[in-house]
Ligand binder design. Structure first.
Ligand code: NAD
Length: 435
């Protein structure tokens, strides 16, 4: 082969310098997941490299004046993984352990999730490496506003739409919306979702992710012949996602027998009083010390006798050290990335059905999509209408994934990736390359 052809070929396949082929972090996990679906993509496999490289990565310095007069610098990111199906969409995380690898993986999982439920978005994610509990409210506001200005060249209602994630909330979104609107000179409610309802937020958004977890759980339980009435549920993380899912399962006749959060692990074989537990968490900041249960060791939470386990806290919680001990028949991933690839294989071999994050927790972004649509039309829907549309989308998306899993004899995670990657790459192929 002539030398110039060889060098052109190696240039095609050379990785950008910032991508480490041996990444063992979340981005490495995502790459393994893409490799698993590639054999199922048919002729679209020719485009698969697109999914292994984020479209755009922005790293920003976020300097703020602290209350004591000193200047502090924080590292911020916004990654747009793929925009083939529409504008970027994905949350902003404030956490001391945020890394570029994590934000890249979370942005890629947003591409997959948005395509899996067929909302017209690409995938994006942002974050700041900061422990927000160490900042005052004023410092947090300055941090959020400066970060928003720094990523202002990427975001916009039809470019990239951030939302809350770990340690960010409706107040953070109100500051982001205001900063963007001040910078552009016109009120742009549609630049973020997860806003307060009085500022163009949507009814039902707060509970949407937990409602989606519950909806796919009920669908899957029907398919494997597991009655919800009397089913024993264990939930890790009793915040927005875990608390809502636990409440909806209890309302449907299931028994929440164990809960773990950052304040402790509790169990009650007869079923916890979920309404009382939610009130306790509201008042005390966590489940620890709840009177209607006995405290258990954190490690024992994973071997609790239960039918359904819902990890709804952090990444990597179900791993090779505890997966073997899990007794549940079904795991519903409320959190993003709660199961490591090794644990995924262990659960599969044990016959535990795993409903993966990329479909199970997509209820949040689905109602974020409704919020964005309502903002564009300035016409707001009733909560009943929002919940009914959410349930319909989740049921249809889950049904399609289930069918692909049966046809190809693959896990629901691989099936979700097959559905989503085909949609993304089909869009890529139809759009073609510019220029
Ligand atoms: P949250 O802050 O409301 O709740 C987090 C929960 O995790 C709390 O109960 C906390 O006590 C618990 N927790 C924290 N550290 C823990 C530890 N070391 N051990 C056990 N429990 C711990 O957050 P959330 O919005 O419910 O998000 C939870 C997960 O769901 C995250 O992975 C997030 O990315 C994912 N998620 C959230 C949404 C959403 O709309 N909120 C959407 C999709 C995915």
């Amino acid at each position: 082969m002539p030398a110039h052809e060889h060098s052109a070929h190696s240039m095609t396949h050379a990785l950008p310098s910032y991508l480490n082929p041996d990444d063992v972090g979340p981005w490495g996990t995502y790459l393994q997941q893409v490799d698993r679906v590639t054999p199922y993509l048919g002729s679209l496999a020719r485009w698969v490299e697109t999914l292994k490289r984020p479209k755009r990565i922005l790293i920003v310095d976020v300097p703020i004046e602290m209350d004591d007069g000193s200047i502090a610098h924080f590292e911020g990111y916004r990654v747009q993984h793929n925009l083939s199906r529409g504008p970027g969409k994905g949350g902003v995380r404030f956490h001391q352990d945020v890394t570029l690898s994590e934000v890249m993986a979370l942005s890629a999982w947003m591409s997959i999730k948005n395509a899996a439920v067929n909302v017209p978005y690409g995938g994006a994610k942002g974050g700041i490496r900061v422990d927000p509990r160490k900042l005052s409210k004023g410092e947090l506001e300055r941090l959020t506003r400066r970060y928003t200005s720094e990523i202002g060249l990427l975001i916009g209602p039809s470019k990239d739409i951030p939302a809350p994630d770990v340690n960010t909330n409706a107040q953070t979104m109100a500051w982001m919306m205001d900063t963007y609107s001040m910078n552009t000179g016109s009120t742009a409610t549609g630049v973020v979702t997860g806003k307060p309802v009085d500022l163009g937020g949507s009814l039902g958004r707060v509970e949407a992710t937990g409602r989606g977890v519950f909806t796919v759980g009920v669908e899957a339980a029907k398919l494997i012949g597991l009655p919800i009435e009397g089913a024993r549920i264990a939930v890790q993380g009793f915040g927005n996602v875990g608390g809502t899912a636990g409440k909806l399962f209890a309302d449907a006749g299931a028994k929440v027998v164990a809960v773990q959060d950052h304040t402790g692990s509790i169990s009650n074989v007869n079923g916890l009083d979920v309404a009382a537990l939610l009130a306790h968490v509201r008042d005390q900041g966590g489940v620890g010390g709840f009177a209607g249960a006995q405290a258990i060791e954190a490690e024992d939470f994973w071997s609790v006798d239960c039918d359904i386990l819902i990890p709804a806290a952090l990444e990597g919680q179900i791993n090779k050290d505890n997966a073997q001990r899990i007794k549940a028949k079904m795991v519903i991933e409320g959190a993003n990335g709660p199961t490591t690839p090794e644990a995924d294989d262990i659960l599969h071999d044990k016959g535990v059905l795993v409903l993966p994050d990329v479909i199970a927790n997509a209820g949040g972004v689905t109602v974020s999509y409704f919020e964005w649509v309502q903002d564009f039309s300035s016409f707001f829907w009733s909560e009943e209408e929002i919940n009914a549309r959410l349930v319909r989308i989740m049921q249809e998306a889950f049904g399609a994934v289930w069918q692909v899993a049966q046809e190809n004899k693959v896990s629901l995670r691989t099936a979700t990736f097959i559905v989503a990657c085909k949609r993304i790459l089909h869009a890529r192929e139809m759009r073609g390359l510019y220029p």
